[in-house]
Design a protein around this ligand. Structure first.
Ligand SMILES: *Cc1c(COP(=O)(O)O)cnc(C)c1O
Length: 417
């Protein structure tokens, strides 16, 4: 199995290990599989999540030097529960039981163990650069904390992350360093890209959702969840995914292409309307992001769109496969409140975007809303809306009660070094 860059028409091939260690392709494009493999015929969920993950990922690592270590990497990375909130076919997939209470733990932990495994063999050292609009940085910092041969630099936009998110980013020491950037999330992302393009900087890699090692594990829970759903209801669900950089949803498209029983995929976005506007007009116009209550989705130029465009090559094909609706802050608040008033169930602002889309556009369909973060991470929004305190998961509490430290810098990548 090989991987190619979204921008390379000649189709230069890279192994999975090469693609993951590089992060970004040499031409600035993103790595995608040369073709999407099918699920293995002996695929089983009876041996638990980590083993199922190994089976889903194995075809992508066929012939790769890490193939023999894949099961061990999966077992270390996926050591927390994947949970379903059942509600008569209007189910919610809770991806927030990892160490930092958001779905990004899946990708970040896989990537961290994968890289450590590789660097132990080669003896090299790497610096991971990661820009975050909220949850990425915390997940990456936690996943890479005290991993051998690795340093981490986390960039977050000033005023663009919640207090608890900020604490998660800045509470680690040792091999993890945090930077508060005077700019937006898009500026942070650009700084990472600029650093990669600077030939004088060596030993850099990315842990953003552009890294293939983050994306592949995000296909796994869609396979897992869709089979569980199908077994329970004898139906294929529409997956409704709170989306920003579209990394999580790219995982869903790959899972569907592998043969997972998914009827359709919907990208619920906040007031950053780049994708719904494209679907309406046929003209793709990336833009500056705006602040919303679902801040981990405040993205105006979604980096993984390039991957979706390589999967769906024309506008018509794109339109046939991708749906997307925008949800504003007012609807986010009312949805959190409605869900809580009806059932006592508490959701985060990102999940609320997907729930709003379910209620408005898919009320007659079998659906799975993807809950991307624990509501306690956004307590100042959620608690004000429901009028009640949201208990903090223990792991999150431990993390945010430590001391924080970070460096303030301008939006210039040179200040990182
Ligand atoms: C990162 C994040 C998203 C958006 O995921 P993408 O892969 O960037 O589309 C949604 N919700 C939460 C809570 C997140 O942390």
């Amino acid at each position: 199995m090989y991987f190619v860059s979204t921008r390379d028409e000649k189709g230069t091939k890279f192994s999975a290990t090469d693609a993951i260690m590089k992060g970004l392709a040499p031409d600035g494009g993103l790595f995608v599989p040369e073709h999407i493999p099918s699920l293995p015929e002996d695929f089983t969920m009876e041996k638990g999540y980590a083993y199922a993950a190994y089976q889903v990922l194995r075809p992508y690592f066929e012939g790769d030097e890490a193939e023999g270590d894949l099961l061990e990497i999966c077992s270390k990375a996926f050591d927390f529960p994947v949970s379903f909130h059942q509600d008569n076919g209007k189910d919610t997939l809770e991806l927030y039981y990892g160490p930092t209470s958001a779905f990004k733990d899946f990708g970040a932990r896989f990537l961290a163990y994968f890289m450590e495994n590789r660097l132990r063999k080669t003896g090299e050292d790497l610096t991971v650069l990661v820009a975050t609009s909220g949850d990425t940085g915390g997940a990456v910092a936690s996943a890479f904390y005290r991993r051998e041969h690795i340093k981490v630099k986390v960039l977050f936009p000033k005023g663009g992350v919640s207090e608890r998110q900020m604490r998660q980013l800045t509470c680690l020491d040792d091999n993890v360093e945090a930077f508060e950037v005077d700019g937006t999330f898009d500026d942070c992302q650009k700084m990472v890209k600029d650093a990669f393009m600077d030939p004088s900087l060596k030993g850099l890699t990315s842990a953003n959702s552009i890294n293939l090692g983050r994306l592949l594990p995000q296909a796994v829970y869609y396979v897992w969840a869709s089979f569980i759903y199908q077994a329970r209801y004898s139906k294929e669900p529409v997956m409704i995914i709170p989306s920003g950089n579209v990394g999580n949803s790219t995982g869903a498209f790959w899972a569907k292409a592998m043969g997972a029983p998914i009827r359709h995929i919907e990208l619920a976005v906040n007031a950053n309307r780049t994708i719904p506007d494209y679907l309406e007009s046929g003209e793709y116009r990336p833009r500056k992001s705006c602040h919303t209550l679902a801040n981990a989705m405040d993205v105006g130029a979604p980096s993984n769109m390039e991957r979706l465009f390589s999967l769906f090559r024309s506008y018509d094909e794109f339109k046939a496969n991708v749906s997307s609706h925008s949800v504003d802050d007012f609807k986010i608040r009312t949805t959190i409140k409605d869900v809580y008033d009806e059932s006592g169930y508490v959701i985060c602002p990102h999940t609320a975007c997907a729930e709003y889309v379910r209620r408005t556009f898919y009320s007659d369909d079998p659906t799975v809303v993807v809950a991307t973060a624990h509501p306690a991470k956004f307590e100042n929004i959620v608690e004000a809306v429901i009028g009640k305190e949201v208990p903090i998961p223990e792991k999150l509490y431990d993390m945010i009660s430590r001391d924080c430290s970070y460096t303030e810098i301008k939006a210039d990548y040179k200040d990182l070094f």
